[in-house]
Design a binder for this molecule. Sequence first.
Ligand SMILES: Cc1ncc(COP(=O)(O)O)c(C=O)c1O
Length: 388
Amino acid sequence: MKAGTKDSSFHADTLAIHAGQRPDPTTGAIMTPVYQTSTYVQDGPGEHKGYEYARTHNPTREALEKNIAALEGAKYGVAFASGCAAMANVMHCFEAGDHFVVSDDVYGGTYRIFTKNFAKLGLNFTFVDTTKLDAVERAMTPKTKLVWLETPTNPMLKIADIRRISEMARKKGALSLVDNTFMSPYLQRPLDLGADITLHSTTKYLGGHSDVVGGFVGTSDEAFFQKIKFNQNSIGAVPGPWDCFLTMRGTKTLAVRMQRHSENAQTIAEWLTKHPQIEKITYPGLPTHPQFDLAKSQMKGSGGMLTFVVKGGLPKASSFLKRLEIFACAESLGGVESLIEHPAIMTHAGIPADMRKQLGIDDGFIRVSVGIEYVEDLKKDLDQALKA
Ligand SMILES: Cc1ncc(COP(=O)(O)O)c(C=O)c1O
């Protein structure tokens, strides 16, 4: 896109490739260069081109921030070194005594950073089932400053009503945030639904190739932006320019990848529903999902994440995971390749056992990140490992 073009007037498929990307002014290189520098030369003291020091400003990072902000429909984007760094920087916008209502089934690292790092600084957290509007309302107090939603949740894929909860938070003077990692802005745009802040582990679908770790916060709230932008520089958990470049290379194919992730996951979910070795399957695109209608109303597709329970508990789950040939047994998600894992032992080991049990993360529970391979090969692989 030419400089001065209004990014927001284009479709997401176009924005993914062009938003925030300008040909390099010195050479015309079509790809944003990796500005691998820690400082910038000034013509004289204070006579600079808007760039003084790379923790504060980096053109590669700025291109990434503009790109994801455009995809999210956010006025501002702020990039971080990881999803957890993004979360920490959000929480550092608040103060001791502030209260937060949080989805009870958040990513294990989110639960850990809130309960182990921020609780001791005097921030208070109430974890509730955010599929229940009355539970969210009951949990809010006059000190509640933010409602933190993850939707769909990791790993139970519970879906919270972003419109109604954001409205509820606003009426009570609190902000609302959606961890949009599982959907990506291609399938869900929280700010359009009324949320104030959208957050990502760009390590997942935005990067899309399991080769880079990063985080992102998007907002159109000027006051919140000023605080988090200050924190980005003051705390310094910024991504390096190579990581920004790699993440941008990922976002360019976001539209086609998300379509294929959703198609493959839908096919596998429908097929697993009839598989004799499967006890229960959860996928937002199945009519049996408890929030199927809500999912349809706020998501453009059902995404690549699904979970199921294998019959036979831990011994069966463990032998099944070892026998797979295409699916790699690994943490993380959102890459082009299919990944599979055992949340109780792997990603969610940090959640107390009784809480895991309450949520349904039991011994036979498996989480799948369906990749973009040929779907019949994926089915064949799952089938041989389940039958063995
Ligand atoms: C939903 C969600 N949010 C945040 C994170 C944390 O991101 P990162 O690993 O990039 O720090 C993860 C990581 O798995 C996640 O799944």
